[in-house]
Design a protein. Structure first.
Ligand code: HAM
Length: 417
């Protein structure tokens, strides 16, 4: 039996890597323009960080975490998301002291034991973006605009921004009670998940996708009708600024998200091109989380993009050539010269290759084609006698004799020209 990748994990193969490089390069470039710096935190943390940060009642913490006992008896968990770990690092290193308006981002793998399907994996990657110390609705609008600018920069055009406010610690508890009361006589006729959540986490009922439950859910009280004045004003200003920036959005009072730390603004971007797992990114404000995890009382807001899902949406690349010069030494004496030239070309910054197995001329030319080689330099007995390389320009189907002592400069000029 051969060993296969663990269910829900996937290899990102060399052919897919150009899309990933584009996604990562666009992130670094764009985030620098908005004042963000990179942070890298460990992929595993104390289990308690996620339980306290994300919420014990959430699906993520209650059934999707990869948790294991450390040899010294501690409990560790592979991170299911990046926010909690970043908040821990911000507190541990007092990053807010040095920079009371801290903007950071992270790229890396996350782990959730969900049921695998297209676009949903047990190891997946996120670009995670977090801004600490900003309370004004201006940063909500900026962060959301940034999320969409990032999709644009990746060439993704078909998407929809969904927006909601989930209230804060002043107004949400009363709303949740209202919801719980409304669910008391409705829940018994709803699905098993809703019946359970009606009690444990009534907000999550709004997230139910079961077709039979939709009509009932529409009759439930809406959070946006029960925001306190401060939350309602904040949300109105976020919307006004999004309109000012020309960012279209759809309001959905049912967007509650799967993590407990959110307050006020929550958002998601979906794309119908993704099928069932349509959410390409999600985020929101989490004022209070830093304090709950033992840090100063600072505001926070951010989002995370699922990179596997983004990669599915990124337009296919143009199959950029992988080789500038393919060397074809046909005689033993030519191989030594080719090896030296190959090294010099690489030192000059060019992608130079040859076939060390010395297969037939025909098969080597096929290899050059496959690599998209821009130039092929051939040296057989005739060329050795003339002290020259035959250099073929593949795009133009032209070839010329280039004396050995000129060949390096010639190829550098041609390849860079
Ligand atoms: P999230 O909505 O749980 O938020 O995940 C963000 C994105 O990660 C999703 O929109 C999706 O694209 C991707 N994703 C989630 N689970 C999977 C999976 N099993 N397979 C593939 N992709 C997945 C968070 O993680 C929050 N920490 C975002 C945040 C940052 N909020 C504030 N700051």
């Amino acid at each position: 039996m051969t060993i296969q990748a663990v269910r829900g994990t996937r290899d990102i193969l060399p052919d897919e890597i150009p899309a990933w490089h584009r996604i990562e390069a666009a992130a670094r470039d764009l985030l620098a323009r908005y004042g963000y710096r990179e942070i890298r935190t460990p992929v595993f943390e104390e289990t308690e960080l996620f339980a306290r940060g994300i919420g014990v009642e959430t699906d993520i913490v209650s059934k999707e975490m990869y948790t294991f006992a450390d040899r010294d008896g501690g409990s560790l968990t592979l991170r299911p998301e990046a926010t909690a770990g970043i908040v821990r690092a911000v507190i541990e290193h007092n990053l807010m002291n040095a920079d009371p308006a801290l903007k950071v981002y992270a790229l890396g793998p996350m782990f959730r034991r969900e049921r695998p399907q297209k676009g949903r994996y047990r190891q997946f990657h996120q670009l995670d973006v977090e801004a600490f110390g900003f309370t004004s609705p201006t940063i909500d609008a900026e962060v959301i605009e940034l999320a969409l600018a990032y999709l644009d920069a990746c060439g993704v055009t078909e998407h929809e921004l969904v927006l909601n406010s989930v209230g804060d610690r002043h107004c949400r508890p009363a709303y949740v009670e209202r919801l719980r009361a409304a669910l008391r006589d409705r829940a018994p006729s709803m699905c098993a998940d809703c019946r359970r959540r009606a009690d444990t986490n009534p907000l999550r009922v709004l997230d139910c996708k079961v077709p039979e439950d939709q009509a009932t859910i529409e009759t439930l009280p809406r959070i946006t009708d029960h925001l306190c004045d401060a939350c309602a004003d904040h949300f109105a200003e976020v919307r006004r600024q999004l309109e000012l920036l020309g960012v279209p959005y759809r309001l959905s009072h049912r967007l509650v998200r799967g993590l407990d730390y959110y307050v006020r603004t929550t958002f998601e971007v979906t794309s119908t091109a993704l099928g069932a797992q349509s959410s390409v990114l999600g985020g929101g404000r989490y004022d209070g989380l830093v304090k709950d995890l033992g840090g100063p009382d600072v505001a926070g807001i951010g989002f995370a993009v699922g990179l596997e899902r983004l990669a599915l949406l990124v337009p296919a690349g143009d199959g950029a050539p992988r080789c500038d010069v393919f060397l074809v030494p046909l005689a033993k004496a030519a191989l030594d010269r080719a090896l030296r030239l190959q090294r010099e070309l690489r030192q000059a910054g060019l992608r130079a290759m040859l076939d060390p197995e010395g297969r037939s001329f025909k098969s080597r030319m096929k290899q050059a084609d496959k690599l998209g080689a821009r130039f092929v330099a051939i040296m057989g007995d005739d060329e050795i006698a003339r002290g020259a390389w035959t250099v073929r320009d593949m795009a133009r189907s032209e070839q010329q004799d280039v004396p050995e002592e000129r060949v390096l400069d010639h190829l550098k000029e041609k390849a860079n020209g």
